[in-house]
Design a binder for this molecule. Structure first.
Ligand SMILES: [Zn+2]
Length: 80
């Protein structure tokens, strides 16, 4: 959080306009222009790795949900 504050102050000092429309790097929190999502190639790699992991996790959740639904469906069908 300390880092985030410092980079905001940096953006303020560098360009008042940039403060109005700036973002923070999704990986390290550094202030960057609003048109960008990440600050550097290193952060881009880091983000890609995180996204991949996140997508995998989402996939497992999805498979688990479908399996649960199928199981519930089968149980209900047997109950009828
Ligand atoms: Zn970064």
């Amino acid at each position: 959080m300390k880092n985030l504050k410092a980079s905001c102050a940096y953006a303020l000092a560098m360009a008042p306009l940039q403060l109005l429309q700036h973002k923070h790097c999704k990986v390290c929190g550094k202030a960057i222009p609003a048109s960008r999502e990440l600050c550097s190639g290193k952060c881009e790699q880091d983000w890609a790795r995180r996204e991949k992991k996140r997508k995998n996790t989402m996939l497992y959740y999805f498979i688990g949900l479908i399996a649960t639904l199928i199981l519930l469906f089968l149980l209900l069908m047997r109950g009828v």
